[in-house]
Design a protein around this ligand. Sequence first.
Ligand code: HEM
Ligand code: HEM
Length: 317
Amino acid sequence: MNRGLNRFAIFVACATFFLIIAGALVTSNDAGLATPDWPRSNGTFFPKMVGNLFWEHGHRMVATTVGMLTIVLLVYILFKEKRSWVRKLGIFALLAVIAQGLLGGLTVKLMLPLAVSAAHATLAQLFFCTTVSLAVFTSRRWIEARPIAEEKGTLPLRYLCTAALVTIFLQLIIGATLRHSAPWDQKLPVELVLTHIGGALAVTIALGSASLAVLRRHKDEKFLTRPAMIALLLLVVQLSLGIAAYITRLRSPNDPQPLNPMISITVAHVACGALVFVTTIVLTLRTYRVLPARPALRESFLKDYRIRQDLQDSGTV
Ligand code: HEM
Ligand code: HEM
């Protein structure tokens, strides 16, 4: 385990979270077309940061910094990391951030079409998921984790958590489509709002049952209960922010320009959505790490684990 690499991966994941907030501020301030050109802003790389250019160009600068941090992270991984799948994930992170930057440029060039803006918002979440996963895989807790318990219920936790993760991801796509289908001065489409509320219900059931099953079955295993508890807490906050976002968005078309509290609440809803997603990723990855797929498979799981561990110790993988 390389502590420096892990710390740097955590730093890049935090910077990505900050970038998601910076991006959401562009949308909520309706600053997406503060400058119609790309890669330059108003014909220069360093425009005066006035008005909505502060949000738009500021977001580009944060994105450029995160892009450079991702390159450094990849180089760090290639030097220090032996596991080939972690190296591949580092390469994937770089490709994802490049694609994300190009989508950002494209959405400006094409004047914010729904499909491109929603794809940009969704890929942002996937990129965040990748940087958080890199932080998880390089952590001491992950590397030193031992198979801790048998599966106690009939439905294995890893499948419950994966189902919750997929449901959240679909909900993020619906949320992005909803958010980009009407700017602040127009009403949100009713059918999309209803689909998103249905999605919220599905997420509540899927994530609620996965987290509660973790807390019930493995209450002494902090490795699993901690992310499960955080996910539940974030889910409650996210549902409340969703309702608040809806109320403020109902009123925003009467305002002369995007105003608070609409801006801060919608941005917080995007940011908390990202946190619900990555916390569930941490939980899901950890269930795959320490729990077998089925109770009967426990012995072979432990055997496989020992073989893998021996191979890793001898430097074969
Ligand atoms: C490279 C990493 C990048 C990430 C992770 C990222 C992330 C995001 C996020 C999370 C949003 C908010 C979406 C929402 O609120 O629904 C956003 C919005 C936006 N981003 Fe990026 N972005 C990146 C790069 C760029 C670049 C290079 C540009 C170049 C112009 C750009 C232009 C925009 C624009 C114009 C919006 C507002 C879209 C709208 O209002 O429809 N982004 N970005
Ligand atoms: C687990 C539950 C929920 C999750 C994970 C979630 C996630 C999201 C995300 C990620 C976005 C923005 C996507 C983007 O542009 O990147 C969004 C938008 C939105 N969500 Fe949710 N949401 C949830 C529940 C709710 C609920 C219960 C409501 C209440 C009606 C709601 C109302 C909204 C509204 C109104 C928007 C658009 C905001 C805007 O136009 O700026 N959400 N949601």
